[in-house]
Unconditional design. Structure first.
Length: 254
């Protein structure tokens, strides 16, 4: 369920005047991404993850459209990058960012980035420090999944989260969107559990990105799991793949 946070006052007033619920702009349809998901080049392992990761619903919430320039902030193995490639089409472009620190830690991150960029004509590999992604053009949208908490891991210097938030803001066109998905930590815990549990308090993400200039536009219950007590490390076999996660859409003001 998507909960819009910003409504047009005039639309709301008109709706209330006739006794109807306020109307909001609709997100893209999940059907728009059927061809991208059906791409035969997608690995079987990726397809097996679709039921849990709900990529069509995520891209619909993000409003990804053909012809857009989109950033995949911390692309990992390229699961989302491949789908974004099909979603933006030949007239669009995907900029797949892998932090230099991650590649230095594990060479496979760099190998995966190189392989995905080589396999898709509309995908470019992007490098740079975790807090300073070198996106070469202004972007229509950026999506980052289960990565924002990493900005607060102990190996990274204090202030990395604020620097990265500012860099993401600068990378977008005016009116561009940023979608953040991450593992929920207990309310009020801020960023203190990012290292130990690989979770982050939703309010801490909103605070960091609002400070950078973003406006929180909407959130979705797409990955909400209220049965998760939010007390276990996300890699614990008992909870892995079943964590409560928040999904937020921010906009850069025009």
């Amino acid at each position: 369920m998507i909960r819009p946070l910003v409504l047009a006052a005039t639309v709301a007033a008109l709706a209330l005047a006739v006794g109807a619920a306020p109307a909001v702009a609709a997100d893209a349809s999940t059907a728009d991404y059927a061809a991208a998901l059906a791409d035969p080049a997608r690995p079987a392992a990726d397809r097996d993850r679709d039921a849990a990761r709900k990529p069509a619903e995520l891209l619909a919430f993000a409003g990804i459209k053909p012809g857009q320039s989109v950033g995949d902030y911390v692309m990992g193995g390229g699961y989302l990058t491949r789908i974004l490639s099909g979603a933006v089409g030949t007239a669009g472009h995907v900029y797949a960012f892998q932090p230099a620190e991650f590649i230095a830690f594990r060479k496979q991150y760099g190998d995966d980035q190189t392989a995905v960029a080589a396999a898709y004509a509309n995908v470019d590999a992007v490098g740079g420090a975790f807090a300073a992604p070198a996106f070469p053009v202004p972007l229509d949208a950026i999506v980052t999944v289960q990565n924002f908490h990493d900005l607060y891991l102990k190996p990274f210097p204090e202030g990395t989260g604020d620097k990265a938030s500012a860099a993401l803001f600068a990378a977008l066109k005016p009116g561009g969107t940023l979608v953040v998905v991450d593992h929920s930590a207990a309310d009020g815990s801020g960023t203190t559990l990012s290292d130990s549990l690989h979770r982050i308090d939703k309010a801490a993400v909103v605070a960091a990105l609002t400070k950078a200039g973003f406006v929180l536009e909407a959130e979705s219950d797409l990955y909400k799991r209220p049965e998760d007590p939010r007390t276990a490390n996300v890699f614990d076999p008992a909870i892995r793949g079943k964590t409560d996660q928040f999904t937020l859409r921010f906009r850069k003001p025009e």
